[in-house]
Design a protein around this ligand. Sequence first.
Ligand code: SF4
Ligand code: SF4
Length: 255
Amino acid sequence: MSGGPPPPVFGLPAACAAAVAAAAAAGYALGWRGWGGVVLLAVAAAAGAAALLLLIERAGARRGRDLLPFIPPAARRAFLMAFHPICRLARRAIGRSGERVDAAFIAAANRYAVLARPGRGGRDVLVLLPRCLQRSDCAANLLESVDECARCGRCDCALLIEIAAAYGCRTVMVAGGRLAQAVVEETSPAAVVAVACEKELMEGLREVGGVPVIGVVNLRPEGPCRNTRVDIAAFRAALADLALPADDRPGAGVS
Ligand code: SF4
Ligand code: SF4
C-alpha cells in the first residue's frame, strides 16, 4: 500500500449498487415480465435504496457528521461490508490492487467504531497485536503474555504495549485471525483496537459481530509476515478514540 491511508469507502459501493439497480431496471424495461420482472423490480428498488444510503454515508463522512444517527453503527458496518466482495472484484477488473480497497473499507469500519462510542474504555478495550510485529530473532514468548517483552526497543512491540498500558487496555498478541476471534469471544470487550494487515483485518471485521473495531494497518518494510511495523500516531489516535472516557474522546463532538 502507498500514498497514506485512503478515506472511508462509500462512493465505490454506492456506484456498484447503482450499477446493479440500473441493470435490473434495464432488464425490466427490455420486456422481462412475470415473476422474473417482479424480481428485477425488487432488485432495482433495493439496490437503488442501498446506493442512496451509501451516498448519505459518504456525505456524512465528508462533513465529519453522522447523518444517519437512528441506524446503529454496527448494522451500518455489516451493510457496508456486504459490498466488499463486489468492490474488490470491480477494483481488480480494472487492474488495481485489492489492498487499497480493503484499507478504505477498514477506514469506514473505523468511522463506525468511533460513531458507536462504546461507553466503557480502558480495561474494557482489547488491543490485539499480530505476531509479525515481534522481531523475528526475539526469543520472548509474547503469545503467552505481552509481559514477556523485555522492552529492548528493537521492534515496535515495546512501545505499543507501553502506550496501551497507559490507556489501561488489555493487550494480547495473537498468531492469526482465528485466535484473535477466540480472544474476542472469550473476553467480550467493549471495543477492539487491532493491528494487522488488510487481509487479516477484513477477515476479523467479518467475524467479530457487532463489536466496534478500529483497525490499524501494519507497515511491511520487509514484506508480509516478518518484522512488520506500526504507524505509532495512528495507533495512539485509535486508543484516544476508544479507550479514553467517552466525554474525553476526540470524536465526542460528532453528531
Ligand atoms: S521490543 Fe525487544 S524484547 Fe520486546 S518483542 Fe521486540 S525484540 Fe522482543
Ligand atoms: S502480515 Fe498479516 S497475515 Fe502476515 S502475520 Fe502479519 S497480520 Fe498475519
